[in-house]
Design a binder for this molecule. Structure first.
Ligand code: KG4
Ligand code: ZN
Length: 381
């Protein structure tokens, strides 16, 4: 095994939504995880406002990078690479991170790795529980995504088995919290209320669990509507809404479906490890139910600590370090943000021409071009 000092030292930048995250890792070791969130600025709108997020990223970027370097106790010149979320996410927000990563990578003469946000949510668990088994089954549940992914190689081969056909799991938490007037984001506050409530108080529907439904797809829109109707009926009858019971019963419906389908996928594919990632993986009840159901099925569960489940830069650095360790191709200087980057594209390598030359990257540095591009992106963001 490689000595610690030989493992790649990578800085990762995450700006796909409302968190400006900068993480630094050495191989599978977390050295720094600096996050500046603009969530409070969005709260009064009940959701993330893209322009507000982009501006906040711009303001937070340099201080957050400096904070991460200080926390890690490393010098930027010792980095082996700079990784950045290239997508999916909010276009303007992603552009700020991509532009910053290009500027730092170029100025420092380091390779640049544009990586996939979703693959990063999976890869981050290497910082917590060591190398990912190959293949790993991953349940990815966040504000924008709910998917079951089979990952034979997190740097190059991630296969979607199923995903939500309407709302993401986190989105359902956020919407139900809004109906209950609990504020934004809804996940953490519903999680808290649910602890005081009875999960069996109300039997809410479990989407796409019928015998003819797609086995690995999810649907949370019907559940959200059922919860909203139930609350409306209570209010119309002049009765008090039992917030804790509604929160617990709604959460139980989401968690029941997520864990049931994830365990089923592991069994069907003969995979004995399940990884859960994304913001919703911070949910207490999801973690507990997944633990129990995995134990019953002989599956080893891996869930990172809550701070590594929600968006952060360490996850991007973790995937970047794995790209370096496995000798994956770096990105070119014309790397751009792709708001709908498919999960199958674990990273955005430079295109290699017929002569085996990577385009626009490495030694052929077009200084003015990069500089203008970064400036342009920063202004547009
Ligand atoms: O991964 P993430 O930080 O950002 C996206 O990529 O979307 O996930 C944010 C989502 C939000 O919808 C938030 O309500 C949800 O994760 N979330 C939770 C919890 N903490 C965050 N959902 C349920 N329970 C939680 N404890
Ligand atoms: Zn995320």
């Amino acid at each position: 095994m490689a000595r610690k000092a030989d493992e790649p030292l990578v800085l990762g930048i995450e700006t796909s939504c409302d968190e400006t995250g900068v993480g630094i890792v050495r191989g599978h070791t977390l050295l720094a995880d600096a996050v500046a969130s603009s969530v409070d600025e969005h709260a009064r709108f009940g959701g993330v406002v893209p322009e507000v997020a982009s501006r906040a990223h711009l303001e937070a970027m340099v201080p957050t990078i400096q904070r991460a370097l200080k926390e890690a106790g490393v010098s930027a010149k010792d980095l082996d690479g700079i990784a950045v979320t290239a997508g999916p996410g909010l276009a303007g927000a992603l552009l700020v991170g991509v532009s910053a990563a290009k500027a730092y990578a170029y100025a420092l003469g380091k390779p640049l790795y544009g990586v996939n946000h979703l693959a990063s949510h999976i890869c981050v668990d290497q910082l917590e529980h060591g190398p990912l088994p190959e293949p790993t089954m991953a349940l990815l549940v966040s504000g924008g995504h709910s998917s079951l992914l089979l990952a034979p190689d997190i740097t190059s081969d991630v296969r979607p088995l199923g995903s939500t056909i309407d709302d993401a799991a986190g989105e359902a938490f956020d919407k139900v919290a809004r109906v209950l007037n609990l504020g934004f984001p809804g996940g953490p506050v519903i999680d808290r209320y649910a602890r005081e409530g009875n999960p069996d108080a109300i039997r809410f529907p479990r989407g796409l669990t019928g015998s003819r439904d797609p086995i690995y797809d999810f649907s949370f829109s019907g559940l959200k509507t059922a919860v909203a109707r139930w609350i409306e009926a209570k209010r119309a009858a002049g009765e008090e809404v039992p917030v804790a019971d509604v929160a617990a019963s709604f959460q139980e419906a989401v968690v029941d479906v997520l864990t049931r389908k994830a365990v089923r996928a592991c069994k069907d594919e003969g995979v004995d490890h399940l990884m859960i990632g994304g913001g919703v993986a911070a949910n207490t009840r999801l973690r507990a139910m997944a633990q129990r159901r995995c134990e019953d099925a002989g599956i080893t569960l891996r869930v990172p600590r809550p701070k590594l489940c929600t968006d952060n830069g360490a996850m991007v650095a973790a995937l970047g370090a794995e790209m370096v360790a496995r000798g994956r191709a770096a990105s070119s200087w014309d790397l751009s943000a792709d708001s709908s980057l498919p999960v199958t594209e674990t990273h955005v390598p430079a295109e290699v021409d017929d002569h085996g030359h990577a385009h626009g990257h490495g030694h052929s540095r077009d200084h003015d071009h990069v500089h203008e591009l970064s400036k342009k992106n920063l202004y547009e963001a």
